[in-house]
Design a protein around this ligand. Structure first.
Ligand code: DX5
Ligand code: ZN
Length: 218
C-alpha cells in the first residue's frame, strides 16, 4: 500500500502565529485548514483572506475543509485562493456534481465530506467526480473530540466501493485521529489522516506527524 498521508489540522495550532506553526510540521503531506461559518457548524474560524495568507506562507499543499452552508457559492473562491484541495460537505451542497467540476476546472482537487450519520451509498455515483472522500469521525465543529468507531464500517465500505470502480479516490478520515485510533482507521482502508490535537497538542508536532505515519503504515 502507498505510504499514509498525514495532514495536520491548524485548528489546534496557535492562530496568533500561524506561519510559525506551519514550520513546526515540515514533513506534513498537506496542511488541513478548517473553515467554519457558525451556521453549518456551531463554531467560526477563518475564511478566504487567511487561506490566501497561508498559501503565501508555505509551499505545503493546503487541504481546505469547508464546514459551511452554501459551498456552491463559496468553495470555488478557495480554489482561486491557492488551495490544492477543496472539500465541501455532502449535507450542504445543492449541486455537488457541478461544484466538484467547478473546483477541478479551477485547478484544485475536489473533496466530498460526509458527517458521521450520513450514508455514502447515495454518493457513490460521484466517485469519478472527486479526488477525496472525507469520512468525518467526529461531528464537525471542534477539535479534540473522541474518535467515533461507528464510522469504521463506512470507511471499509468506501474503500471497497472505490477499489471496485477503480476510481483514484483517497479516503480521508477527519476527527479524533491519534496514536491510539489511527491504526483502526488505516486497517479499515483510510489512506489520508487529519490530526489536529494529536499533532499540535504534542510537545514536538513534527515528531507526532512522523509517529502517526509510522503507526498508520503499520
Ligand atoms: C473538526 C475538524 C477537524 C479537527 C480535527 O470539525 O474538521 O479537522 O481539526 O481535530 P482533532 O484531530 O483534534 O479531532
Ligand atoms: Zn477538518
Amino acid at each position: 500500500a502507498a505510504r499514509a498521508r498525514i495532514h495536520p489540522s491548524i485548528l489546534s495550532a496557535d492562530f496568533a502565529r500561524l506561519g510559525a506553526e506551519l514550520d513546526r510540521v515540515r514533513s506534513a503531506d498537506a496542511v488541513h485548514v478548517d473553515v467554519m461559518d457558525g451556521h453549518f457548524v456551531p463554531n467560526l474560524t477563518l475564511g478566504r483572506p487567511v487561506v490566501e495568507a497561508l498559501a503565501r506562507a508555505t509551499t505545503a499543499p493546503l487541504d481546505v475543509h469547508l464546514m459551511i452552508e452554501d459551498p456552491d457559492r463559496w468553495a470555488p473562491g478557495y480554489a482561486d485562493a491557492g488551495a490544492a484541495s477543496v472539500t465541501f460537505h455532502a449535507e450542504a451542497a445543492a449541486a455537488p456534481v457541478r461544484l466538484a467540476r467547478e473546483l477541478r476546472a479551477r485547478g484544485a482537487q475536489a473533496g466530498l465530506a460526509v458527517n458521521p450519520a450520513t450514508a455514502i451509498d447515495p454518493w457513490l455515483p460521484l466517485l469519478e467526480e472527486i479526488d477525496t472522500l472525507v469520512v468525518m469521525s467526529v461531528e464537525p465543529g471542534f477539535g479534540g473530540q473522541a474518535f467515533l468507531d461507528l464510522v469504521l464500517p463506512k470507511i471499509r465500505a468506501a474503500r471497497r466501493a472505490i477499489d471496485d470502480t477503480g476510481a483514484r479516490v483517497a479516503v480521508q478520515v477527519d476527527g479524533g485521529v491519534n496514536a491510539e485510533t489511527i491504526r483502526r482507521a488505516a486497517e479499515a482502508g483510510a489512506d489520508v489522516f487529519v490530526a489536529g490535537s494529536a499533532v499540535y497538542g504534542a510537545a514536538d508536532p513534527e515528531a507526532a506527524v512522523l509517529a502517526l505515519r509510522e503507526l498508520a503504515d503499520g
